[in-house]
Design a protein around this ligand. Structure first.
Ligand SMILES: [Zn+2]
Ligand SMILES: [Zn+2]
Length: 340
C-alpha cells in the first residue's frame, strides 16, 4: 500500500509499505479520506513532543471495513461498513481513567501521533476505536467527525445554555466546528470572529454570524448592554486571543481554551480576579462527544468546511497549503480513492 511517512523533521515521504494484517480484535480499514490538522504539522516539523519517526500520521479519517479479526471480542461492526476513527489510547489505570475521564489520561496517546495512523491506503485498527458512520454519511463528511467532536467537547466544557451570549474566537476548522456544536446544542446567540477576511467570508457563506476582530469588542459591549459576553470559546491559538478573552467576558463569565497554544501567552490575571472569570481548558473529546458529533454531522456544510481535497501523493503540498495564511484554506483532506 501507499503511505505518507514522517521520516525526519520536515520530511513527509510517500512510501510503499506492506498492507497491515489485523491482529485479534482489530479490523482492516481501507481509508478513503483523512483530514490534516495542526497536530500533523507539528509532527512533520519535528515539534510534537511525543511523535517519533518513522510514523504514518493521520488521526482524522474515514474508511470502509474490509476485514475483521474478531478474536475474543464481540462487535456489531461488519465488513463493508463505513467507519471513522476514535483515536484516543488511554492507560485505564491512572486517576483520570479510573474516574471515567480517559480523555485526560495521564499518559494519553493517539493513533496517528504515537502509532501509525491514516495517511495511508489501509490501517489495522482496534475494533473499539472504530465508530460506525450514519448510513447517509459519505467518507468525506466522515473524515470531519473527529474535529467536530472537538467542537462538541468545547461546548460541553463551557456548559453553554441557549440563553448565553457566546463569542467564538478563531474561524479555522475548530472555530467553525465549535459554532456547529453550539447550534446543535440550541445555543444560537453567538458570534464568530477572526482577523482573516478569507476565513470570515467562508464562515459567512456557511450562514454563521461573523465579525472582523477589530469590530468585535464594540459589538459585544453594545449587544450585552455593556456587560460583556457570557462565554468565550477560544479557538484561535494566537497569543493575543487570551487577553481578548478576559476583555470580552462579563463578570463571572467563562472562558474555554480549546486551541493548544505553542507559547505561553500573556494572561490578564487582574481581570480574572476582578471579574471572577472561570478559565477552563478543553482537551480532545470523549466517546460520548463522538456520538453527539455523529448526530450533528448531517447538518455540517461539509462542502465549505473542506477547502481542499488532494491525493495522498500530494501530502507534502497539502501541508504547505495548511500553513499558508494567505491561502483560502479551511479543512484540507487527503484522499486515497485515486490510489492504485
Ligand atoms: Zn486533529
Ligand atoms: Zn490513564
Amino acid at each position: 500500500m501507499q503511505a505518507l511517512v514522517y521520516t525526519a523533521p520536515n520530511q513527509l515521504i510517500l512510501e510503499e509499505r506492506p498492507t497491515p494484517k489485523p491482529a485479534a480484535g482489530e479490523a482492516l480499514i481501507r481509508i478513503h479520506y483523512a483530514g490534516i490538522c495542526g497536530t500533523d504539522m507539528a509532527i512533520v516539523h519535528g515539534a510534537h513532543p511525543r511523535a517519533r519517526p518513522p510514523l504514518i500520521p493521520g488521526h482524522e479519517f474515514a474508511g470502509e471495513i474490509v476485514e475483521i479479526n474478531t478474536g475474543d471480542s464481540r462487535t456489531d461492526l461488519r465488513v463493508g461498513q463505513r467507519v471513522a476513527l476514535f483515536p484516543l489510547l488511554w492507560c485505564g489505570k491512572c486517576r483520570a481513567c479510573r474516574a471515567g475521564d480517559p480523555h485526560v489520561c495521564r499518559t494519553l496517546r493517539l493513533i496517528g501521533i504515537d502509532r501509525d495512523g491514516g495517511f495511508a491506503e489501509y490501517a489495522a485498527i482496534p475494533l473499539d476505536h472504530l465508530v460506525g458512520l450514519p448510513a447517509d454519511c459519505d467518507y468525506r463528511r466522515g473524515a470531519l467527525l473527529e474535529p467536530l467532536a472537538v467542537g462538541v467537547h468545547a461546548v460541553e466544557m463551557a456548559g453553554a445554555a441557549p440563553s448565553d451570549f457566546t463569542v467564538v474566537l478563531g474561524a479555522g476548522p475548530i472555530g467553525i466546528m465549535t459554532c456547529q456544536a453550539l447550534r446543535q446544542a440550541g445555543c444560537d446567540n453567538f458570534i464568530l470572529s477572526d482577523i482573516n477576511p478569507l476565513r470570515l467570508a467562508r464562515a459567512r457563506a456557511m450562514h454563521l454570524p461573523t465579525l472582523p476582530l477589530d469590530q468585535l469588542e464594540e459589538h459585544v459591549v453594545q449587544a450585552s448592554d455593556g456587560e460583556g459576553a457570557d462565554l468565550v470559546l477560544e479557538c484561535a491559538g494566537a497569543p493575543p486571543a487570551i487577553m481578548q478573552t478576559t476583555t470580552l467576558l462579563r463578570p463571572r463569565g467563562k472562558a474555554v481554551i480549546v486551541s493548544v497554544h505553542k507559547q505561553h501567552p500573556p494572561v490578564d490575571l487582574r481581570s480574572l480576579n476582578f471579574k471572577e472569570i472561570t478559565m477552563i481548558g478543553a482537551r480532545v473529546y470523549t466517546r460520548a462527544n463522538f456520538d453527539s458529533a455523529c448526530a450533528a454531522l448531517a447538518d455540517l456544510d461539509a462542502d465549505r468546511v473542506i477547502s481542499h481535497n488532494l491525493p495522498l501523493a500530494e501530502g507534502a503540498r497539502a501541508l504547505t497549503l495548511c500553513e499558508d495564511r494567505s491561502a483560502d484554506t479551511c479543512k484540507v483532506l487527503l484522499n486515497m480513492e485515486e490510489c492504485s
